[in-house]
Every structure is written in C-alpha cells, then in structure tokens.
Ligand binder design. Structure first.
Ligand code: BGC
Length: 714
C-alpha cells in the first residue's frame, strides 16, 4: 500500500476534513498572530492547509506543528496570491500581457515562484485566466485582456513558469488556474454579480484558457464566486465534474474561492452549511477555503446521506497527492531553507525594470512629444500619481512593501541628474480637493515639458473594485484641464501618464495631451521603467491587450465582435451604430506606438490553399521609415466570411516581433494552422467548413491598418 492509501486508512473523519480545509493564517503580511485555535487545530490535524503567510520562519513554524506535533504528521499546504510577483513586484497581468512575449510571461512567473518558494510557500493562486471585455470590472487588471486565444498562451506560459520542470523542487509553486469560469461577464460589470452568457460564448471565449492550463499540467483550479445562469460555479457539477474532470481529465485539486462554499446559501441554492458543503463536494471541490463548511457541514451531510465517505476519501486523496507531488512529505522544509543570494534579488529587480518598460503602451505621440528632448533643462512632473510610491505596486502585492517601489519623480530624477524636476501633486487621487491645482500649474511655469501623472489608486482595480464610470476619479480632470490650458498657452508638450488596472475612458485627455502613455501598474520598478521610456533609453513596444472605449456606453467593445446584418453606414440611419459616439474604440486591441515609424509593406502566404492538419506560413514585410529604432509587433488575424455560424469579424491567430533600425526593412513569418480554422458548428461540435478565409496582418486590430489576402480551406 502506498503512503497515501495508508494514511487515508488511518485517518479519522476530523483529520480527513482537516485536509479538505484551508484557513487564513494570521502570519499575513501585516496581520496579527495566528489564533491559538488554529494552532491547536493544526496540532490536532484538523486544519491541513493555510493561506496568506509569508516568511520562511513563520511558515516553517506552522509546518513544524503539523509535521512534528500532529498525530499523522501530514505537512501543510501553504499558499498565497502571488499574482504579479512575490516581493519583487512585476507589472500587473494586464500590463504584462502588453509585452506579447510568452518567454517573458514564463520568466516572470518562474522568478515569482522562486521568490515565493524561498519564502517557504508551496502554492500560488494564479494564473488568473478570466477573459475580460468589460473595463468596469476591476479584476480586468488580473487577467490578459479581451482575447481568448491570448489567454491560452498566458495560461500555458504562467503554469510552466510557476510549476517549473519538477514540482517537487525547492523553487516551484503549485499553480492554480482561476477563476473557473466565466467570472468576468458579470452583469453590468459589477463584482460578484450574476453571469448569463451563451454556451457558445462560454466555450469559445471562457473555457479555452482553462483547457490550455490543464494541458500544461496545472495542478489546481479555483471555481469562480459567480453563478452561471443560476448555477454557482462552486457547485457546478456540469462544468467542474463533467467538463473539467470528465472531459479534460483534470486530476488535480479544486480549491474553492474564499468563503465561496458558505456563500452558496446566499446564492439561494443551499439551505444551510451542510447542504452547501455536500453540493460543493459532489461537484468536485476538494478544498474549502475559509468557509469552514466542510468541517462543520460534512458530518451533518454524512448523517443526512447527502455526502458519502467515498467522496471525502477521493478529495483527501487528491489533496495528499498534491502534497506528495510538491515534495512536502519528503521534505516539508525544503522551500524556504536557503535564503536567496543578494545577486539573485538584484537580477530579479533588473528583470522587473525591463519587463515594466516593455509593458508600457505609447497610446499617442503627436509632434514627437516623446522621447523627452535631450536639451531639456526643466521638467514639471505633476499629478497625484507622480510621487505615489505605494500605488506603483498595483492591486496584488503579496509580500511587496510600499517602500520598495520607485515612483515617477524619483525615476526621472535618477535618469536625468542634470535636469531640474519640479513636482506638485495638484490634487489627491480621489476626493474633492482642488486647492492644490494652482500650485501644480505654477510648478509648470518655465518647464520645457510637462509629465502629468494621473489615474487610479492601486486598490481601485482588482477584486471588489468595479467602477461604473472608469474615467479619472476625484478632481483629476479639473487638474488636467488647468495644466493642459497652461501647456497650450506656453506651447509646452503635455505628456499624460496613466496609471490604471483597466483601460480608462478618457477621450478628452487623449485630445488635450500631445503624448499619452498607458503605465498600468508597473510594479516595483515603475518609475525607472517609465524614465527609460520617457527619455528614450528604451523605445516603447507594449501593445494594449484590450480595447480602450471612447465611452462607457460602448462596453463591451472588443475586436472579436460578430458582424451585423446592418453594418454601420453614416449615410443610412438604420444601420448598427450610435447616434452620439463612433462604433470603434478610442484605441483598438494591439495599438501601441514606437519611437520609429514602421510601415507594413507586403503580406504573403506560402500556399493559397490549406487542408485540415496543414500549416502555412504568413510573411509580412515591414520597413522602419522613422528616425529611431523600433520593436514592432505584427498581429495575424483571420476572418471566415461565410460559415454556418457567423464568425467574429477578426480572430487572433498569432503575433510576432521584429526590431528594425531606422531605414531598415525586415520580414516576419507567422505560422497559420488549419486546425485553428476549425470552429464550433451550429450544434456546438467542432467543424471544418471549406471555403475562403481572409488572412489579415498588421499592427493592431483596426481593420483599416491591416493588409489582407485570401486563402481557401479545402
Ligand atoms: C479571490 C481569489 C483569491 C482568494 C485568496 C479571493 O477573494 O477571489 O482570487 O485567490 O481570495 O486570497
């Protein structure tokens, strides 16, 4: 008999339920000490898993209670939300998606895992794979934006990065694909609200990334808080048991979201805790995070006959198997036993700086306002986000402290020691105070350029951070207008730098500024990375992974929309359009300028026909006609014009990058596989439908900027 079967044979019901329970330890980053009660429960073997701890000391101390003082000595599984770095904070996931580079996505996850594991942890609740087309939803910040295919690449890259090559190694973490599934299309963009989408959208948009994570070997999955058409994901038998476990063959651990099992009562599908616990268990949820529904409810459910010991044993086996695969039985202290060398930490920070610089998206750059002219002697850096050190962290900071971050003022001062950099906040991020605006305008007096740093506070995105009006909060617009008026009057370039966990709705600011930069939340090296780009040390290369609306009323606005029978026609009223705003976004998916100027000259395909199973090569020739080097990103799309079920106007199939010196030309080659042209037919079964397929390539999802050709699928 193997170790796990032997243990299960010896365990009491209370000990089994302990293995199915995860509670917050109080050795949190800022929290008080662990409750005596939990300490006793760990000793008694009735709490088997913890979340929210940092530091090898506290982690090992808790582990010691389980391993040395509990009857069976089963190690704890200890996890934390390591979302965009552990202590070294990388850009938020939405920002990092803008890099469009799978190797980088893997590398930052690998580094986050190394750093988290060195702190004693064995699990992260990441990657977040929710495809978001609604910037009102705060958790947009945690994902990769609007495109489902992009999300599959992120899924794979992140799982490989976190879990490494050997899950038992001292520097790996168990990854957790979340939130399964379709959490993002909450009604009205309001956090935790009900979701009601078609089966087709579920399968085409929301499930592919989870499938990719499972194929990449992810060892745990977290169901979403939300319901789908009345069935909460935490007890969704059809999706958890039949699809995830049955169809995809997922054998890992399903861990509930925070208190989600108990919330089945408020969802209106469970009578009491025992009912909620029985439902979650029977759908396949192994670990109850924070609601204590399994420990308190399952004994009652067993008596009622609504849960069985066999179900409990199956869940316990999965949890113990994960602990075994993580090497926790062999050496529960392996992670966190060797402090990292200073050089390792320094290298990681350097990586954070370069990834942050590559995440920055240059949205607008009229009159070459950027990079800042080398001759400048005086720059005004104003706005409530200019010196907001703590905000640079973004919404999930794990063990990252406020002080570890570099703000924009400090970044620019370090980069430009000979330049006078004046700073005034002007106003607060939120609130009604306009009293500092005059001083901010005064700080701009005599400046050769104005860098206006605006946006959201870090906690205005992430969980429980929906915004009905995702523009600039507080009095920032008043500040911006005053500063813009000054800039216009004095003919000084106005450079807007926007911090946010989502595309903001700021058409007026786009209008009034000469240059506009999406800085998202860039992590600990934010200010240095921004200085790199603003000064031109690094040429900007980020591309927005989400469309920027002109108006909240356009939401959802995304490139993968389906056609309409009445395409917009300005001459015909009875066509699909708004009376008061254009249909297209302010900035489309993929948009992002460089300091060069790259033209897309030619599009070629290696074959004019393609058959199932085949791959052709799409070649795109480009030239940098600008005066500075540029890293250009080319996106490949297809459009199936006639199909049994209308296909989206554009479907993303690939992207490639090329660096071009001024005047240089080059060609990128992108594979296009016929298998990608398969889609779900009228009865939701995958089909190939022969016929013409448009192949399009260019710098973003704006159709007018794409070159197109046609191939035939045979
Ligand atoms: C969030 C999860 C997170 C969990 C644990 C929940 O509130 O929805 O994404 O992993 O807390 O911190």
């Amino acid at each position: 008999m193997g170790r796990i079967d032997k243990l299960i044979g010896e365990m009491t019901l209370a000990e089994k339920l302990g293995q199915l329970t995860m509670t917050a330890s109080s050795y949190t980053v800022t929290g008080p000490v662990i409750a005596g009660d939990s300490t006793d429960a760990i000793r008694a073997g009735t709490i088997g898993n913890l979340l929210n701890m940092v530091g090898p000391g506290p982690v090992h101390e808790m582990q010691r209670l389980a391993v040395e003082e509990s009857r069976l000595g089963i190690p704890l599984l200890i996890g934390l939300d390591i979302i965009h770095g552990h202590s070294t904070l990388f850009p938020i996931p939405l920002a990092e998606a803008a890099v469009f580079d799978p190797a980088t996505w893997t590398l930052t996850a690998r580094e986050a895992a190394r750093e988290g594991a060195a702190d004693g942890l064995a699990m992260t609740f990441a990657p977040m794979l929710d495809v978001s087309r609604d910037p009102r939803w705060g958790r947009t910040a945690e994902g990769s934006g609007e495109d489902p295919w992009l999300a599959t690449l992120i899924a794979r890259s992140k799982v490989l990065g976190f879990q490494g090559e050997d899950l038992a190694a001292a520097d790996t973490l168990a990854a957790c694909a979340k939130h399964f599934c379709a959490y993002s299309p909450v009604a009205g963009g309001r956090e935790y609200a009900s979701v009601d989408i078609s089966e087709r959208t579920l399968r085409e948009v929301h499930l592919p990334a989870f499938e990719a994570a499972v194929r990449a070997g992810v060892v745990s999955v977290m169901p979403a808080f939300t319901d789908l058409a009345g069935l909460p994901m935490t007890c969704h038998t059809g999706l958890l048991r039949d699809y995830l476990r049955g169809q995809l063959g997922f054998e890992g651990v399903i861990v509930s979201d925070y208190n989600a099992i108990a919330e089945l009562i408020k969802h209106g599908v469970a009578e009491d805790l025992a009912d909620a616990a029985a439902r979650a268990l029977s759908a396949g949820v192994d670990i109850d995070m924070m609601s204590d529904a399994y420990r308190r409810g399952l004994p009652v459910a067993l008596e009622r006959g609504t849960a069985s010991l066999a179900q409990i044993d199956t869940a316990v086996r999965r949890v113990l198997t994960l602990k075994e695969r993580l090497g926790l039985f062999d050496d529960p202290y392996r992670r966190g036993s060797t402090p990292e060398a200073a050089g390792t930490t320094a290298q990681r920070r350097a990586l954070a700086r370069s990834v942050a610089a590559r995440s920055i998206v240059l949205l607008k750059n009229d009159g070459a306002a950027l990079p800042l002219a080398a001759a400048l002697r005086n720059i005004a850096v104003v706005g409530p986000l200019a010196a907001a050190t703590g905000e640079m962290r973004g919404p999930w900071w794990a063990a990252g402290t406020e002080e570890m971050n570099v703000n924009v003022v400090d970044g620019l001062r370090a980069a430009l020691p000979g330049v006078e950099i004046r700073h005034a906040a002007g106003t607060t991020i939120e609130g009604d105070d306009r009293s500092g605006i005059a001083a901010a305008v005064a700080a701009c007096e005599g400046a050769g350029a104005i860098v206006l740093c605006l946006g959201e506070a870090a906690v205005m995105s992430g969980e429980a951070a929906s915004r009905a009006d995702p523009g600039l909060p507080g009095q920032q617009r008043a500040l911006a207008e005053a500063v813009a008026a000054h800039a216009r009057a004095h003919r000084v370039p106005l450079i807007g730098v926007l911090f946010s966990g989502r595309p903001l709705v700021i058409p007026w600011l786009a209008e009034q500024s000469d240059a506009l930069v999406a800085a998202w939340f860039l992590g600990c090296e934010a200010g240095n990375a921004l200085a790199d780009v603003l000064t031109g040390t690094v040429s900007p290369s980020g591309r927005t992974p989400m469309s920027w609306p002109r108006s909240v009323g356009q939401v959802p606005v995304f490139f993968g929309q389906r056609p309409t029978g009445r395409p917009a026609d300005p001459k015909d009223k009875f066509t699909s359009k708004y009376l008061d705003v254009a249909n297209d976004p302010l900035y489309p998916f993929g948009h992002g300028l460089t300091y060069g100027q790259v033209t897309i000259d030619k599009l070629g395909v290696s074959a004019a026909t393609i058959q199932p199973g085949q791959t052709i090569t799409v070649s795109v020739a480009l030239t940098n006609i600008g005066r500075r080097a540029a890293e250009e990103t080319v996106f490949l799309f297809t459009r199936d014009k006639v199909a049994s079920v209308a296909r989206p106007l554009l479907e993303l199939r690939g992207f490639a990058k090329i660096t071009l010196a001024p005047g240089a030309s080059g060609v990128v080659h992108l594979p296009l596989s016929a298998n990608d042209l398969r889609f779900l037919g009228p009865d939701l079964e995958p089909v190939f439908e022969p016929g013409e397929v448009e192949v399009l390539a260019g710098p973003c999802a704006d159709r007018a900027q794409l070159l197109a050709t046609t191939i035939v699928l045979e």
